[in-house]
Write a protein that binds this ligand. Structure first.
Ligand code: ADP
Ligand code: MN
Ligand code: MN
Ligand code: MN
Length: 240
């Protein structure tokens, strides 16, 4: 990070997680069955759509109070799954902030009798997995003309797909199936506003011509220091 500090690398992580009850079942799921199929839960509001919002809100406040750069939350596609976003953070501080945010989440969920799972595919089948989408930009990408720097970085990422997957979390093969809003683990793809790609360029970034991109491959249990480390290593390394 220090060697490339002049590029001012910014990261934003989207930490997805699942709330479990004491029997390791997603919180609020029927003990011997399943909830209705996915669809009404993402960014949901109300009973039957979301559970344990108190945890999410208490965690958000604790992070703000502690000085963690948390910036948002949302209910996820699978019921009992939530997400919080931390960032933008510059360089090594991304790992520091996410690590403390994870600690606070476990600590606060304890007060409410829920367990936190960061398994990338907590429930097999037609239920979304959990990721740690990693948004990235450099000072060159954030200004006019930035798209050519974004495209150059994506090219370098493509050449090192396997090296990245190797540090993007355990059991990620169960999640990166090419279904449930993921790209396939053995195939590097990118696109504008494409949730099924390895790398997504947000629609707004494409329209403006500069900004940042999202690496959707990291799993929810990945180590943020290793993710941010390899992204910087790849994007600032030589083309080969
Ligand atoms: P999604 O549409 O993928 O759900 P979110 O709104 O959940 O996106 O998360 C977007 C993330 O991108 C946030 O963590 C935010 O801090 C980060 N972000 C925004 N702008 C930049 C930027 N220029 N460089 C790096 N990260 C950024
Ligand atoms: Mn998100
Ligand atoms: Mn999400
Ligand atoms: Mn995302």
């Amino acid at each position: 990070m220090e060697a490339h500090a002049e590029h001012k690398p910014w990261f934003g992580l989207e930490q997805e997680y699942t709330l479990l009850d004491l029997s390791d079942r997603p919180y609020g799921w029927p003990p011997n069955g399943f909830p209705a199929p996915q669809g009404p839960y993402y960014c949901g509001v109300g009973t039957g759509k979301v559970v344990q919002r108190d945890i999410v809100d208490a965690h958000y406040k604790a992070c703000l109070y502690a000085g963690v750069k948390i910036a948002g939350t949302n209910a996820e596609v699978m019921p009992a799954q939530w997400e919080f976003q931390v960032g933008p953070c510059e360089g090594i501080e991304m790992g520091d902030h996410l690590w403390i945010a994870r600690y606070l989440l476990h600590r606060i969920a304890e007060d409410f009798g829920a367990k936190i799972s960061v398994h990338p595919k907590p429930i097999p089948g037609d239920w979304n997995g959990a990721g740690l989408h990693t948004n990235f930009s450099t000072k060159e990408m954030r200004v006019e003309g930035g798209m050519k720097h974004i495209e150059a970085a994506i090219k370098k990422l493509e050449a090192r797909h396997n090296e990245h997957i190797a540090v993007y979390g355990e059991d990620n093969d169960k999640r990166l199936t090419g279904r449930h809003e993921t790209g396939a683990i053995d195939k590097f793809t990118w696109g504008v506003a494409d949730r099924g790609a390895s790398i997504r360029i947000p629609r707004e970034v494409s329209a403006k011509g500069f900004g940042y991109f999202e690496d959707r491959r990291p799993a929810s249990n990945a180590d943020p220091y290793r993710i941010t480390g390899i992204i910087v290593e790849t994007c600032f390394g030589s083309a080969e």
